[in-house]
Ligand binder design. Structure first.
Ligand SMILES: NC(=O)c1ccc[n+]([C@@H]2O[C@H](COP(=O)([O-])OP(=O)(O)OC[C@H]3O[C@@H](n4cnc5c(N)ncnc54)[C@H](O)[C@@H]3O)[C@@H](O)[C@H]2O)c1
Length: 291
């Protein structure tokens, strides 16, 4: 049995990650503050029911006192920043898998606005979800991960190194997450455990839709202008990020640790391009290169 915990698993990159890992033979404990949609629970696992560890039939009703079980995806509704979340997830790992091969700390949130107006509570919430929860969860799951081949993949962002305007808390949390990745990699290496991060650029999730605007002329213009800034010519897909996570996270994955792998179509490699954020209507416009 090869097992993984994925946080923020109900949508976007986390959901793609669950599907990709199941296709690669992982059993996945999928954690999200929202219930998992069927499309994630029914991750493409044709052999799921043959797995000796499958605990329940795919259509079995949710256990009254436990997470839903379908094939090789077990869903847990949990806020990763809740005080009892690390222990609850660790208990689930103990009950379902006994040990763990991969932890994907994907759940992350931001708070938009000029730093001068950012309420302390919002700053704290971003830190709790996007930085403290990955630390506490890695700590709680360490007894299960601590073995040769164990891996942690943290989901950072292009903001981790190059912040866009009005994202102070998010950028600070992601920058912290990248250095946490390096620090944990150093401590984990003697045990044969790798700790890496991926840093997505613009990725087509619901967050992208919210930012660009769902439809209309303005949304089309936003999409076109942002795509024009990306050397690859288009935003990434959640599956692109999920593939990179799976590559880093498989027990026989690459001999990398403490790395932050960009999945951004070359945006982070680009000198001078600049996005400006119009704080009135939240449209993106291309800035001028510095003189
Ligand atoms: N989409 C992008 O362009 C992009 C770019 C860079 C980095 N990222 C990072 O990728 C990760 C996933 O983002 P996404 O774009 O897939 O977002 P998304 O909104 O599509 O999905 C995020 C998931 O995390 C869950 N979540 C949020 N707070 C949670 C909490 N407290 N506890 C448990 N689950 C929680 C949400 O319910 C949701 O299912 C985030 O860490 C984000 O910062 C995204």
């Amino acid at each position: 049995m090869t097992s993984a915990v994925v946080t923020g698993a109900a949508h976007g990159i986390g959901a793609a990650c669950v599907r990709t890992l199941v296709q690669r033979g992982f059993d996945v404990i999928a954690c999200d503050v929202e219930p998992l949609p069927d499309s994630v629970l029914d991750a493409d696992a044709p052999d799921a029911l043959d797995a000796p560890d499958a605990l329940d039939a795919p259509d079995a009703p949710d256990a009254p006192d436990g997470p839903a079980v379908r094939g090789r995806v077990w869903s847990m509704t949990v806020d990763v920043a809740a005080a009892d979340a690390p222990q609850r997830i660790a208990d689930e790992v103990a009950a379902r898998c006994g040990e763990l091969d991969l932890l994907v700390n994907n759940a992350g949130i931001g708070a938009e606005g000029h730093f001068a107006d950012l309420p302390r509570a919002q700053w704290q919430r971003v830190m709790d979800v996007s930085l403290t929860a990955p630390f506490l969860l890695t700590q709680a799951l360490w007894p299960y991960l601590r073995k040769p081949g164990g891996a942690v993949v943290n989901v950072s962002s292009i903001h981790g190194q190059r912040p866009l305007p009005e994202q102070a808390a998010y950028a600070a949390a992601k920058g912290g997450l990248e250095n946490l990745t390096r620090a944990l990699a150093v401590d984990a290496a003697p045990h044969g455990v790798r700790v890496n991060a991926v840093a997505p650029g613009f990725t087509r999730t619901r967050r992208w839709d919210e930012w660009m605007g769902a439809s209309g002329e303005q949304a089309e213009w936003n999409r076109r202008e942002v795509a024009r800034l990306i050397p690859w010519g288009a935003p990434g897909e959640p599956d692109d990020v999920a593939e990179t996570i799976a590559w880093l996270g498989t027990p026989d994955g690459p001999p990398l640790t403490g790395a932050v792998v960009p999945v951004d179509g070359g945006l982070g490699a680009l000198a001078f391009a600049r996005l400006q954020y119009d704080d009135v209507n939240h449209t993106c416009v291309e800035g001028e290169p510095p003189a």
